[in-house]
Design a protein around this ligand. Sequence first.
Ligand SMILES: [Zn+2]
Length: 435
Amino acid sequence: MTVSDGVNRSRPGYTGIVRQWTGVRFTALTLAILVGGLPGTAATPAQQTRVALVGGTIYTSPTAPPIPDGVVVIENGRISGVGQRDAMRVPDGIVTLECSGSTITAGFWNSHVHFFENQWNDAANIPAPRLEDQLRAMLMRYGFTSVFDLSSPWENTRRIRARIESGEVAGPRVRSTGAAIVGDGWMPPDDALVALGVMLFRAPVVGDAAGARAAARALLDAGTDGIKVFPVQPSAPFAALTDDTIRAAVDEAHRHDRPAFAHPTNAEGLLAAVRAGVDVVAHTTPQFGPWDEAVLAAIEGKDVTLIPTLKVWQHHLRDEPAAVRARSASTSTAQLRAWRGVGGAVVFGTDAGGMNDYDPSDEYALMAEAGMTFREILAALTTTPAAIFGEAAPTGRIAPGQPADLVVLDGDPSQNVRALADVRYTLRDGAVVYP
Ligand SMILES: [Zn+2]
């Protein structure tokens, strides 16, 4: 069965759309087009990205009232209309995805991932179907249409992005810091990386402000979307970079109008990051106990955002006794609660790739335990990262003119936040990229 002639089969998500057709309820008209076309209705390439999501409860933003029994119309990769079914005119001949019983939101951001597992090695030569399967399993499967990679070999990661953006494979919008900036001797030895299944790559090692500025400039000039710095060594003896060194890297990122991230390690690293003007702190630090008043006072009023990564600590402690895991969970959730208590912003991120369990549902549950509502978690997945990181194509809301990055969830996350991981469809630029 052919869809039509003249279709650009390299368009992003084209194979996803075709795959989708096997599992979707069609309108009679759609089916007629599929089986050979109605007179005068042969599908053109432009029509291939005309899709309507019909039924379902639509959250156009984390703050707007939900639209019950709604319709989202997508044309040419962008949202052209959204509203209640009774009030919407669905264009004739459009591909329809039945979404009754679902919840529809803007596409999600995962603002802490890594493309450094061995499966991404030699990204230019990974067979396209395998590359797309890997991206789907780690990201689109869970509704992620935008990601920020916070350390990986940049020349490799940029090839993943290039293959996505060329339309060769379906995938999310990818941003990356490239390799993180570290102090001398802070990276695990090569044999440890091999044992962890991680590619061998060189992180820029810095010892002073001039070195940090040069390292940041080299990364940014090579095209990275930000930088990441370790203010403090991630393992004992927890050596620290000087404030001048950290600030030089951060200033260089800001000179390029790009964000600076920090892996805090501990409260000392968190405080150093905040003093240096870092934009995003990439983890909580439950291994070192609660954040005290001095830490919270330093955060208050600062323009700094936290990626809590609550689940990753549970993953690292998975072989420890339940009491140890519970203590870590209560400390990390208390840190998130305290951060929000002094007005700190939060974006969602899991450290996927840094942990080979990609399922974000525990992260959602732990964020809820820390006191975040469904709508607050949705903001951390959509509008907050879009506001901090967004560039030419702002995402995060369902509104006419916006890129059609969308997630269709099977359940109702306003009742149970774990439903944020129960994805029926993920669309990027109007193309179905999952399943
Ligand atoms: Zn990480």
